[in-house]
Design a binder for this molecule. Structure first.
Ligand code: GLY
Length: 330
């Protein structure tokens, strides 16, 4: 694979003229290239799905205090997990159809290590349990009662994750029991967060309560490495938000990193992943859905794209912490 990367590196140098136009040729196919290939070593970056400015600020603070990219991603993800007003992550997340809040999360570091939990109940910070899975077990993913047992053994405490608001919303839903997730509700869905430290080391985290009123035991893309999150420190990282079934079926985050390996810019890679989602949705007859991706490459360049309008993201880079609207296909 490194030969392939070298091939593209050489192609870039040899085809400087083509690079000026933003494209190189590979087997007659134009590959959209990064527009800013300057190295940003020494300049940390944090990017997160949705308008989670406090999450990116918290993550950047970790980095500036000397924490690792993994410390930063975890710290950022814990912000919406603890926020009772965030209805799709952690405490206050809308429950499944039986009234249980069940959480999925994963982390991945610069060395390719990963950990995940899914169908975890009564623990406010699944992202931190996922990190413990990575660091303290020989496994990648633990689910359900096993994940809870493991969390308790690591010192986490059990809490009721239903708030008054989420309980009321569920009781209201019970009246009709109509399974119809609302797209792009405020701060909707998963938080995926990617961080790069000053030495260019990348890590990420992804955490969610999943689709509201889902079937008991349903797992989405968020805890699945390659679907909700993927990090390859030589190339870049990506994370996803939106309808987990489609993201999983297209392995969106892994796809984006592999496209960047082939020479796609982070933006072009996100757009191609969205194209695949749309084709999959059409084939499956799925309508009225959202899926969005973020990508961050080794140069600190980012990409963001979604299926429909309404996906925004927080970016902390060059001492600025801002919310940006992602482009969309439909
Ligand atoms: N993207 C979150 C989920 O589908 O569970």
């Amino acid at each position: 694979m490194s030969n392939r990367r070298d091939f593209f590196r050489y192609t870039l140098v040899a085809a400087a003229g083509a690079a000026l136009t933003g494209c190189v040729q590979n087997n007659d196919k134009a590959i959209p290239q990064s527009s800013n290939p300057a190295s940003v070593k020494g300049r940390p970056v944090v990017i997160a799905t949705w308008n989670n400015l406090i999450a990116t600020e918290t993550a950047m603070k970790k980095l500036t205090e000397g924490g690792s990219a993994l410390d930063a991603a975890e710290a950022g993800a814990r912000i919406p997990e603890a926020d009772p007003n965030d209805v799709s992550v952690g405490y206050g997340g809308l429950p499944d159809r039986d009234g249980n809040v069940t959480l999925d999360a994963c982390v991945m570091d610069d060395k390719g290590n990963s950990g995940a939990v899914c169908f975890l109940k009564n623990i406010k910070h699944p992202v931190s349990v996922a990190r413990k899975v990575m660091e303290n077990t020989p496994h990648n993913m633990i689910c359900g009662s096993g994940a809870l047992e493991f969390a308790l053994s690591q010192g986490f405490i059990e809490e009721d994750l239903l708030t008054e608001g989420s309980r009321k919303a569920w009781q209201e839903w019970l009246k009709e029991k109509k399974y119809q997730p609302v797209i792009n509700i405020e701060r909707h869905d998963t938080i995926g967060i990617l961080a790069m430290d000053k030495d260019g080391r990348l890590s990420g985290a992804c955490t969610t309560s999943g689709l509201s009123y889902k079937m008991s035991g349903r797992i989405g893309d968020s805890p699945i490495i390659g679907a909700g999150l993927f990090v390859d420190n030589e190339i870049g990282a990506a994370c996803a938000t939106g309808l987990g079934e489609l993201v999983t079926q297209t392995l969106g985050s892994f796809l984006i990193v592999e496209l960047m390996r082939m020479g796609y810019s982070p933006q072009a890679a996100c757009e191609e992943a969205v194209n695949r989602i749309i084709r999959r949705a059409e084939a499956a007859g799925v309508t009225d859905y959202q899926a969005g991706f973020l990508a961050l490459d080794k140069n600190g360049e980012h990409g963001a794209f979604s299926v429909v309008q309404g996906f925004n993201y927080a970016l902390y880079q060059n001492n600025k912490n801002i919310v940006l609207e992602a482009g969309h296909k439909l």
